[in-house]
Design a protein around this ligand. Sequence first.
Ligand SMILES: [Fe+2]
Length: 510
Amino acid sequence: MTIAKVRTPLTDPEKVFHYTDLQRTKPTRENDPYDYMPGWGNRHQSEVIPGTLPAGQNNPQANRYGLYTEGITYSAFAAPRQVNKSTYMYRARPSAAHGGYNKIESRAHLENCFLSCNPSVQTFPGLAEWRPFPLPPADEPTDFVDGLHTLAGSGDPNLRQGLALYVYMLNASMPGRAFCNIDGDFLFCPQTGILDFQTEMGKLLVQPGEIVVIPRGVRFSVNLANGQKAARGYITEVWGAMWELPDLGPLGGHGLANPRDFLHPVAYIDEDLHRPFEIVNKSNGKYVAIKQDHSPYDVVAWQGNVVPYKYDLTKFSSQNATSVDHTDPSVNTVLTAKSHDPHTPLADFIWFGPRWDVASNTFRPPYFHRNSASEFLACLYGKGLGRDEGFLPGGASFDGGHTPHGGFGDEYINEMQLQVNEPRKILENQMTIMVESSRTLLFTDYARHGCGTLEKAADPKAWDKLPDRFSSHPGIKQLLQRVRDDKAAAAERLAFYHEGGIAGPPLPAA
Ligand SMILES: [Fe+2]
């Protein structure tokens, strides 16, 4: 018996309108070999060997198989329950068993002090645009540690306030090396290349169109998945804040990024636990490395809510205007990070993927604007939602707070004449992301010079396509003269009522 109409599933995630076009019965893409635990904000638990987690307590005198208990906290001990985060790990060797800290040389460009007193970071006065950030040459093996470059930021991790934007470009995995970001949470957004993340809590496969968040303090390695030669992507790091799902307000309980679509890894340990390892910590924007004779991926069981997670952006349940007018881009927020101002986020991570465009009697694209927030846009694949036709995947564009801007392309200008009122699909076969921040972003030397892909500021000539149609409107001069005459006549008429001061106007006696 046929119970559902048979549809041909799409196979290329970069060509889908939505994840459901793949007709998967699993929450992950076909090439992802790993198991995950779905949910948002849960305390998860996972074991390589069933029965390893201690029952009814966290710190037994002796764990099964001689494992050591190690805790990692993320919040203050006594933080309110909804933001209280910690994870217990039961591992072969405690992390404290190591051979000391050492400085290391690196080809990374790291900058984490984004304060006005730091002369090496500066604002862009207007708009900025980058061609694709350069991948490392094939004969120059570059792993994540060496391939991390800070573009911009605001604040300082030492103050536990602010954010930083990075790009990573790598062509090598990091066997025998792990990374630990002590400063903040990394939100990875791959643009090209499939990454195989190994973390203390397990493995995650993350590809263009997906994001992964690694909480502060969790150790991880960024490896190229099988067959991948190079990778590039964007990272947004937040300090003193964590990535949260936005409140939905009148939308109700569902929509945008749905909680069940966030996937957490299951416990996994290395086969060989006795190989040398280097743990590269990023602490206050500087690298320092721990040498040890054992793998950090020896967590046989864990339970808690300090856990990396991934999300597939093609699952985003888009909401928008269904009658008139352009909806603010905040309706496309995937994750948000709070600032100390209760009314303004530190950063919103925003999705611009395929969707229906239906508003009537409406100029549907973004109207010209000078927003208080700064906007950093990047196209992951396809013809992205940039302001220029040269806006390529792997590059970026930036509009600082209150910088006047809008669409640059002829398409955008023509939209005014087209007066579309039919439903249409837009932004198909592409994925663009935006990091919107209330902060004034300061850009590093790498972003301004070092990367070599900064275009000159957007050509002001582009705006020549926007002539003053008002002044050349037929009869506008006469109309304005009539407005002036009317105003003068009204002023003269009203002046009578103000004559005579408090005694009042000179009215004839009754
Ligand atoms: Fe904008």
